[in-house]
Design a binder for this molecule. Structure first.
Ligand code: AMP
Length: 290
């Protein structure tokens, strides 16, 4: 496995392979790799001739009060996982190489970034959209894979790839979970044993919501209330949002008819966890947005 550190060498490697007709798959990450990342890497490995994984803790998607300096960076373990999975290039650019002095441009997708994660983390999605656009420019992949775990992020990336004609195929793969349902996340390591015990309540609430919808309940206010009650069994979890939304626009629904995405975010102590579930109502018609 090759380790590439500069944008220029990354682009040169990709240009050479593209000239030879090799298809390039790409999995962008912030490292601290777990089985969620591994599932994206494996899927990409099967679909492409060459595979690039980037590891870059992107400073512009963290706010001042967030965990940029303490974000886990187990680089030796991450490289070992990449080697094990047959990755060809681990791309590890530095922040100054990504954002040299004089860097000016920001990519934004305002409508999709406005609510939910975007509301809680105002500059987050501009940071994500900009870094992903830059990484695509360097890696020049044919295919890039993302996790459903970050549903709003995946929606935003599909939109920007289409709007900017980036010519990268996007695939979004299901969330990989721990045995008790907690979505795998690099941030789960911060949870104390007591916090870890109650963390699966977020998934349980979303699953309760999905069961209610699949069972024929369409009243969103009632569904949201019951989901919230599921979480509030534990007084130390604070609900940030739990919403039943249109899966494409992410606008909140007032009535569920055919498809919905349930989006959730909670805070346990200083840790923020997100999760989501898609729901299909068999034989349903379009829903109504609020
Ligand atoms: P991150 O390193 O957190 O920026 O995530 C890199 C990629 O892995 C993103 O596309 C995430 O959505 C995806 N990912 C993170 N956690 C999971 C998970 N539990 N299951 C599937 N994909 C995930």
């Amino acid at each position: 496995m090759k380790i590439i550190r500069t944008p220029r060498s990354m682009a040169a490697w990709s240009e050479r392979l593209r000239r030879e007709g090799v298809t390039i798959g790409f999995v962008p990450t912030m490292g601290a790799l777990h089985d969620g990342h591994r599932s994206l890497i494996r899927a990409a490995r099967l679909r492409c001739d060459a595979l690039v994984v980037s590891i870059f803790v992107n400073p512009t998607q963290f706010s001042q009060t967030e965990d940029l300096s303490t974000y886990p960076r187990p680089i030796a373990r991450d490289r070992a996982l990449c080697r094990e999975e047959g990755v060809d290039v681990c791309f590890e650019p530095t922040a100054p190489a990504m954002y040299p002095e004089g860097f000016e441009t920001t990519v934004t997708v305002p409508a999709l970034a406005r609510r939910w994660e975007g509301e809680a983390r105002p500059h987050h999605f501009a940071g994500v959209a900009t870094v992903v656009t830059k990484l695509f420019g360097m890696v020049q992949p044919h295919l890039a894979l993302f996790g459903q775990k970050d549903y709003q992020q995946a929606a935003l990336i599909r939109q920007l790839v289409s709007d900017l004609n980036l010519g990268v195929a996007i695939r979004v793969l299901p969330t990989v979970r721990e045995r008790d349902g907690l979505a795998m996340s690099s941030r789960n390591v911060y949870l104390s044993p007591d916090e870890r015990r109650i963390a699966p309540l977020l998934f349980q609430a979303l699953r309760t919501g999905r069961l209610m919808i699949e069972g024929g309940m369409s009243d969103v206010a009632a569904i949201e209330r019951i989901m919230r009650q599921t979480i509030e069994q534990a007084p130390t979890i604070h609900v940030e949002h739990l919403a039943v939304c249109d899966p494409d626009s992410l606008e909140p629904l007032s009535v569920v008819a055919d498809r919905a995405v349930l989006l959730g975010a909670v805070r346990i102590g200083s840790i923020r966890l997100i999760d989501n579930l898609l729901v299909n109502v068999p034989g349903g018609k379009s829903g109504t947005t609020r």
